[in-house]
Ligand binder design. Structure first.
Ligand code: GTP
Ligand code: SPV
Ligand code: MN
Length: 622
């Protein structure tokens, strides 16, 4: 049995406007393949009504009012937080669910050892049962969206249907959603279909709950046919399918096939005191500092950092042979805890209003609060579950994965070029993770292939962004462990091949590895982080400008004794030494761990990276 029995070709060839009768209320000009697909989904899921989203302010306003009426969101005090809302999710629907995320490629080997694979026809049959009647009693919203600026040669189109108005509001912020996107599809753009249901059909007269969802959850991808199905969750990456499911998992497969890169990366423009500007792309695992680096307020005079993106980057070699990147998103779905006027003043300014917060705490006067926002919590709060909270409660007031959803346009540090359809030219790539030990503050790769090795061996202590034990160290290559839509070994090979193509073009970007999270013997962070990370960016820029501020080390080039600008920082020499310490024994033990990790990819593991591991061992033993 097949789920939504429509050949993919129907979506790619037939772009005539649908003849009447259109699927319930499709606007004039809707391409017939979109209309036919929507009709098919409706027949399976049996919604009570269909709403075609135009992406207008009016529509957003009406949906927010509906969500308030349904009790999904509450309006915050408009005097403190204009036109902003708090959503409290179901307690079992608070983060991405990696264990319920599936890659259904024809062959298991093409999903690879890091993904949950299911045989596609068996999964289709299973989903057929799951989605049957799943939208009963609810409205199905149809959301055409563009990832990337409308009309950009690097943009891609999709259409998501959902029975969650909360997901519509979120998608409206995170993507270019509505009429402009469907017009692009009508012009002939290929599009990715995504079906989302919270899995909570309503019987006639049945009272709804504030956050409908289902204990059984699925986030399913068919990479070969570029299809997405998600069921049972309304939270973040599980439900805003344009984001992780499309812009990373499906897009990574498209990127492999078409010769580009879809990455879990922030994008920034860094300007030095001389006025010279550079663009950097940086991959850190979930909740490891992308949003913070993307919006950084440098602590060193004369330097500026402007934001282009905070979570996803699409990179390709432009017509001029340069590596170019766009941010396919239009908003930020950022981690709230830890965000403060000290750590991320730009985010605080961005969140002044027009923001939907999810699972944060609420103050007595109707504003938001989360751990880290102020050094002492208010005496009284309503916690993320909606219960009274005080500092004695002993539980976090905001969920550790509580988030804000806000338009990128509202960010005061947004670069004027952030919507450049051609993308910005990338000068350097950064890999990072959350490592208490072993990984120095900053290291420069010897060359592209060594840089790919650094990306492939990222490990990080797990955060609250997905289910699992927080703090447990795991390999998260390229910060893409949960997001690569195909075999990670092939993905490594794609990165190596991409470098070979870059070498033939104008310039190969430099590659760096950073770690803001190294800890001292007392368990506290050795590095102040946040705005002081600009000191590391300064070193990178100086490297790009060919300055001799680096020395060789087994892991790569590190700053010379006076190579890193530490002016005005109260860091003693011993601490700086600890930040760059390379304990050979511990690093050789880690090399053994990397060898085991690489071995899981069998013959899909590129020989070049195995060679890089041997080179590292050689340098460590020298
Ligand atoms: P996703 O949205 O999940 O992909 O996360 P992200 O990589 O954008 O992470 P984000 O920037 O939101 O940071 C997550 C957490 O790390 C927050 O609690 C931050 O306060 C904290 N953090 C970010 N940068 C630093 C840093 O330089 N030092 C320290 N100590 N913590 C940091
Ligand atoms: C992440 O987990 O990396 C996120 C949040 O950016 S979510 O959109 O939920 O995946
Ligand atoms: Mn992310």
């Amino acid at each position: 049995m097949t789920l939504l029995d429509h050949p993919r070709t129907a979506r790619t060839t037939d772009r005539t406007p649908a003849a009447a009768p259109l699927a319930a209320g499709a606007p004039a000009g809707t391409p017939s393949d979109v209309a036919a697909w929507v009709a098919e989904v409706a027949e399976l899921t049996e919604p009570a009504a269909i709403h075609w989203c135009d992406g207008s302010t009016r529509e957003r306003h009406d949906l927010l009012q509906l969500l308030v009426a349904q009790g999904t969101i509450e309006q915050l005090n408009p005097e403190l937080r204009p036109y902003s809302f708090i959503a409290r999710s179901d307690e079992g629907d608070v983060a991405r669910l990696e264990s319920r995320t599936f890659i259904c490629s024809e062959h298991e080997i093409d999903a690879g050892p890091t993904n949950n694979w299911r045989e596609p026809s068996a999964m289709r049959a299973e989903l057929q049962g799951v989605f049957r009647g799943s939208m009963r009693g609810r409205t199905m919203y149809v959301m055409p969206f563009s990832m990337g600026p409308i009309g950009s040669p690097m943009a891609k189109l999709g259409v998501q249907v959902t029975d969650s108005p909360y997901v519509v509001v979120s998608t409206g912020t995170m993507t270019r959603m509505g009429t402009a996107a469907i017009e692009q599809i009508a012009l002939g753009a290929d599009w990715v279909p995504a079906v989302h249901s919270v899995g909570a059909p309503l019987a006639a007269g049945q009272q709804d709950v504030p956050w409908p969802c289902n204990d059984t959850k699925y986030i399913v991808h068919f990479p070969e046919t570029r299809e997405i199905f998600s069921y049972g969750s309304a939270y973040g990456g599980n439900a805003i399918l344009a984001k992780k499911a499309f812009a990373l998992r499906i897009a990574s497969v498209q990127a492999r096939d078409e010769g580009w890169l879809a990455e879990h990366m922030l994008l920034i423009k860094v300007t030095s005191p001389t006025g010279k500007a550079y663009h950097l792309a940086a991959a850190f695992p979930s909740a490891c500092g992308k949003t913070n680096l993307a919006m950084m307020a440098p602590s060193i005079p004369g330097w500026t950092v402007e934001t282009i993106g905070d979570d996803i980057a699409w990179l390709r070699i432009g017509a001029d042979g340069r590596l170019r990147a766009i941010n396919p998103e239009a908003g930020f779905f950022g981690v709230a805890p830890g965000t403060s006027p000290k750590t991320n003043p730009t985010a605080i300014d961005t969140l002044w209003g027009n923001t939907v917060f999810t699972n944060v705490a609420v103050t007595d006067d109707g504003d938001v609060w989360w751990e880290g926002l102020t050094s002492t919590p208010p005496a009284k709060l309503t916690d993320w579950r909606g219960n009274p909270w005080s500092p004695e409660s002993g539980t976090p007031a905001a969920h550790p994965n509580s988030r804000f959803t806000v338009s990128a346009r509202q960010c005061p540090s947004i670069a004027s070029t952030w919507e450049d359809p051609e993308g910005v030219v990338i000068d350097a790539i950064i890999f990072g993770g959350r490592r208490a030990t072993n990984v120095p503050l900053v290291v420069e790769a010897r060359d592209w292939d060594h840089g790919v090795f650094l990306g492939a061996t990222i490990a990080s202590e797990q955060t609250a962004a997905a289910e699992g034990t927080v703090g447990e160290l795991r390999r998260d290559p390229f910060a893409m462990l949960p997001f690569a839509g195909y075999n990670m070994g092939d993905y490594f090979a794609h990165w190596l091949e991409f470098g070979r193509r870059l070498r033939r073009s104008a310039r190969v970007p430099r590659v760096f590895q950073v770690n803001w999270f190294r800890k001292g013997a007392d368990g506290s962070f050795l590095w102040p982080g946040f705005g002081d990370n600009a000191r590391v960016l300064q070193w990178m820029v100086e490297r790009l400008e060919g300055e001799a501020c680096a020395q060789e080390s087994p892991l790569g080039s590190i700053p010379t004794a006076d190579g890193l600008n530490l002016e005005g920082l109260d860091l003693d020499e011993a601490r700086v030494e600890e930040l760059f310490a390379q304990d050979r024994e511990a690093l050789l033990a880690e090399a053994d761990d990397i060898e085991q990790f690489f071995a899981t990819f069998g013959d899909r593991m590129p020989a070049e990276l195995v060679r890089q591991l041997e080179l590292l061992r050689g340098r460590l033993r020298a």
